[in-house]
Design a protein around this ligand. Structure first.
Ligand SMILES: [Zn+2]
Length: 66
């Protein structure tokens, strides 16, 4: 099941839920149980840029402190 991010419009709490499509209509804030929640954009971009996953490495810094 996909994970959806939500933000409570009542207390401003942000939370993510693992729910199915049928449960999307009955989302409640876990903090204040408010139904006034809005769905945030998904973390997965479609058709966007693809960032390189290469880790940054510092060559000028020496690991051994002196
Ligand atoms: Zn809330």
């Amino acid at each position: 099941m996909p994970i959806f991010e939500y933000k409570c419009g009542d207390c401003g709490n942000e939370f993510d839920l693992l729910i199915s499509n049928s449960d999307k209509e009955n989302v409640r804030c876990p903090e204040c149980l408010s139904t006034k929640v809005e769905q945030l954009l998904s973390l997965f971009n479609t058709g966007g840029k693809r960032a390189s996953a290469a880790p940054l490495k510092c060559d000028t810094c020496s690991l051994s402190g002196g």
